[in-house]
Design a protein around this ligand. Sequence first.
Ligand code: NAP
Ligand code: G4F
Length: 328
Amino acid sequence: MSETKRALITGITGQDGSYLAELLLEKGYEVHGIIRRASTFNTHRIDHLYQDPHDPDARLFLHYGDLTDASRLVTLIAKVAPQEVYHLAAQSHVRVSFDEPEYTGNTTGVGTTRLLEAIRMAGIDTRFYQASSSEMFGATPPPQNEDTPFYPRSPYGAAKVYGYWIARNYREAHDMYAVNGILFNHESPRRGETFVTRKIARAAARIKLGIDTDVYLGNLDAVRDWGYAPEYVEGMWRMLQADEPTDYVLATGTAYTVRDFVRFCFDHVGLDWQEHVKFDRTYLRPTEVDSLIGDATKAQEILGWKAQVLPPELASIMTQAELDAHRG
Ligand code: NAP
Ligand code: G4F
């Protein structure tokens, strides 16, 4: 009988972490997740996966830790000794990164080095996934693939470029199996409420149900390549099962504006979006990323990965989930 594989997920309480934990548990892994202590509950996305850690059959274990706390990461990596590490934790909000550039650099950027260094110090044979981002391409025009030059347009994008290169450096300098998944925007009903797709889907449902009347948004002209998060975590897993470590783009290859996504969500509830969407400059960024459209040919050829859910269907899934949740 083969030994149970152990994986560690940073950011397990986030959108991707929760779907990845489900996937790895389904695949028979023992899953360890790092969570932050907060004054309010922050585990709602994984509460349905809870297992009593004292149960001899338990396969999900949660540990307190933080990307800014190097000694804790060293202790945890040595204790868990995971065969696979999925590094998803980050201050992941682009707009917020302009308000908190140093904190974003510390967590999203240097936090990656702390984790890689903890693995190197433990001397364990671990495969490492770095959650890189299409935000790294920033101002470089689409289509963007693994060879496209980076030109980040935010402190978040700059921190992710650092994370990308430090992961590559550990691969080259220390012969570590480290890969960058350069993921384009991916969404779901578990998306954070202040990201634009979830904000729009939630607003369309609440307006339909008479709870709200309007929603305030910023730039409607930005073009994004939006996919479905559960498919993207499958891609992450496939990257760590490949023979050789290399970097991959995951994207749908489709291009829609924020305005298009608004229309899809409001169409789903049978409302005219122009009667409910208002402009608020608060949501503009000092520097915007105008257009992200990914080319995931490499992932399709090597990993057999291809996005199935495209933005019009994604908008329906998310808006319907909001209607269902609000109706109870
Ligand atoms: P998310 O929902 O914002 O989740 C972020 C996770 O990181 C949460 O679990 C959060 O914990 C944790 N975290 C934040 N700061 C931390 C710290 N200092 N120490 C420990 N944990 C910390 O993000 P996501 O959408 O799942 O994205 C996952 C990763 O992929 C992120 O690195 C993101 O930057 C990257 N990415 C996302 C996309 C996308 O479209 N979703 C695309 C490309 C790359 P709390 O729950 O306690 O806040
Ligand atoms: O949903 P967003 O905040 O996502 P953004 O900035 O593209 O970043 C997300 O995707 C990245 C991958 O490319 C990830 F790395 C990152 O962690 C995050 O998950 O904004 C999308 C677009 C932007 O152009 C923004 O200016 O929507 C525009 N927008 C217009 N009104 C808005 C709003 N964005 C937000 N969050 N809120 C608004 O009211």
